[in-house]
Design a protein around this ligand. Structure first.
Ligand SMILES: Cc1cc2nc3c(=O)[nH]c(=O)nc-3n(C[C@H](O)[C@H](O)[C@H](O)COP(=O)(O)OP(=O)(O)OC[C@H]3O[C@@H](n4cnc5c(N)ncnc54)[C@H](O)[C@@H]3O)c2cc1C
Length: 498
């Protein structure tokens, strides 16, 4: 699409936020509270707020981390620690209403283009209305990408031989149909992650049978959906804000302990996790095949089974685990490489995400198309040679929101600093001493390696060998560094306001 970069005569905002999920709502909160003099709008392609927590409606959809940290620091979570998707959506809707952000968000606006003009020191942003196809253009001084990490419109579905021959119904959890009638059906759920593990027990009772077909196993925790300390504090009528903050700190400390344990003692952690699973399953169950992952516990998120529901369904015989590669689909179902034919009326592809490359927005800088794979990230937030643009990428090992708020604080501090030094734009540039720096993937695969990141490695920015040029996966280190990091460290180049 050709975009007029002059932007003359268009509506102008100081900051344009793309996305109204957890990240975009937090960006709006931070702008409203920390930068009240700045005008901003939030554009989202969907019909409503919430992002992930709007689009995902499959049975059993819920959080995998507790809401004390998946929720915001400034809005107490008063329910059970782990929440259903609809309750998370309701929480986010309350934040938007209570903070007066409703009129700041424009829905059904898919941002398709963003053109930076150095002459004008602004972005011209093109959005397409998803209801009318109308093209809407506006200009913005700063572009804040809060588009999440995966494509909402396009789930990841591997191409399997014979898939077109299957005569049953296909369903993807990302687009769960309102008319999905599973009553009495034989259902195969393909996947091993949190989605499969929450969906399977939620549908087990209504289906004739559910098979969870996974290529390789995942690590699981097991816990009740309750927190003793939360119950105690609430029983003592401690103010909700205090209770929230205490539980938030406890949850973060718990996660730190688990992460450290998993990194320092991988074998013991592995044995402990597998032991928990073994204790939940019938005597003699083949835990080695179905619940003993090949990766180490720190490499990917550990999924949580609430109240052991998946294990109870397996024990009751309503769910069967199959761990094998898919050979092909047939009209009746799916055949595994091991030769097993699993007959199915419905196949649910809980096969994960396709990473979004900056919301599929077509970026140009002074007329040149931006190839993000050629950029280097500055602290996982800014990108070399892309002025006045930041990306909120949340935490991976702990609740996404824990890093979201840190990034929002950083971007607001950067905006304030630009005012102080009289700059109209900021862009990271490699310093002479960075010229020979070794470059690697945006997320270090030796640290964290989910499939959606591995599949997209050639499309996303690179990172360097110095901390300035890396996305930190160490929340605790970053929490100490980011709030005070020098904004004049030589990596950030400011253009004076003319
Ligand atoms: C089923 C499920 C359970 C999860 N559970 C947890 C959990 O327990 N803990 C945890 O930490 N994480 C969890 N996650 C990850 C979760 O996605 C994040 O925690 C968080 O919700 C991401 O928020 P976000 O705002 O960054 O992105 P999203 O929720 O993906 O929202 C991005 C928004 O940007 C909009 N957008 C994107 N591109 C454009 C564009 N070009 N123009 C306009 N709008 C655009 C989208 O429409 C969307 O509304 C889960 C994910 C899923 C799918």
């Amino acid at each position: 699409m050709d975009i007029d970069a002059s932007g003359a005569g268009l509506e102008h905002v100081d900051v344009l936020v793309v996305g109204a999920g957890i990240s975009g709502i937090d960006a709006a909160h931070h702008l409203a509270t920390q930068q009240p003099g700045r005008s901003f709008v939030v554009l989202d392609a969907l019909d409503d707020l919430g992002g992930t927590w709007l689009t995902h409606t499959f049975p059993g959809v819920r959080s995998d981390t507790e809401l004390f940290t998946l929720g915001y620091s400034y809005k107490p979570w008063t329910g059970a620690p782990y929440a259903a998707g609809a309750d998370i959506y309701a929480y986010l809707a309350e934040v938007v209403a209570e903070e007066g952000l409703t009129d700041r968000i424009r829905y059904r606006h898919r941002v398709v283009g963003a053109a930076w003009s150095s002459d004008d020191q602004r972005w011209t942003v093109t959005a397409q209305r998803t209801d009318t196809d109308e093209i809407v253009m506006l200009t913005a001084s700063f572009l804040w990408m809060c588009h999440g990490y995966y494509r909402h419109d396009q789930p990841h579905i591997p191409s399997w031989p014979g898939a077109e021959e299957f005569t049953g119904r296909w369903i993807h959890p990302q687009h769960w149909p309102a008319d999905a009638d599973l009553e009495g059906k034989r259902v195969v759920v393909i996947g091993s992650g949190a989605t499969a593990a929450t969906l399977v027990p939620a549908i087990a009772d209504e289906c004739a049978h559910v098979t969870m077909l996974q290529r390789s196993p995942t690590y699981f925790f097991q816990s009740p959906n309750s927190d003793e300390l939360a119950d105690q504090l609430r029983g003592l009528d401690v103010p909700a804000e205090w209770t929230h903050e205490i539980l938030r700190r406890k949850a973060a400390a718990d996660m730190e302990n688990i992460t450290n344990l998993a990194k320092s003692f991988p074998d013991a952690t592995k044995a402990g996790l597998i032991g928990i699973v073994t204790g939940q399953l019938p005597e003699g169950y083949d835990v080695e095949t179905h619940f003993t992952p090949r990766h180490q516990p720190a490499d990917q998120r550990i999924c949580r089974i609430l109240n052991g529901d998946l294990f109870a369904a397996i024990s009751a015989g309503t769910v069967t685990m199959v761990t094998d590669d898919i050979d092909r689909f047939t009209p009746e179902g799916v055949r595994t490489k091991g030769g097993q034919l699993i007959e199915a009326d419905v196949v649910v592809t809980a096969t994960g995400f396709d990473l979004t490359v900056f919301g599929e927005v077509d970026f140009t800088v002074d007329g040149d198309k931006v190839d993000f794979a050629r950029t280097v990230t500055y602290r996982g937030i800014l990108f070399t040679d892309v002025p006045n643009m930041g990306w909120t990428f949340g935490a991976l090992r702990l609740s996404w929101t824990m890093r979201v708020e840190m990034v929002s604080d950083y971007i607001c501090r950067l905006l304030a600093h630009m005012d102080e030094v009289g700059a109209s734009s900021v862009v990271p540039r490699l310093r002479p001493e960075d010229a020979d720096m070794e470059l690697g993937p945006y997320v270090d695969p030796s640290e964290f390696s989910p499939g959606y990141l591995q599949r997209a490695v050639n499309y996303v920015p690179r990172s360097g060998s110095l901390p300035e040029w890396q996305l930190s996966l160490d929340y605790w280190a970053e929490r100490d560094v980011l709030p005070t990091v020098d904004l004049d460290d030589g990596c950030l180049i400011y253009t004076p306001t003319s």
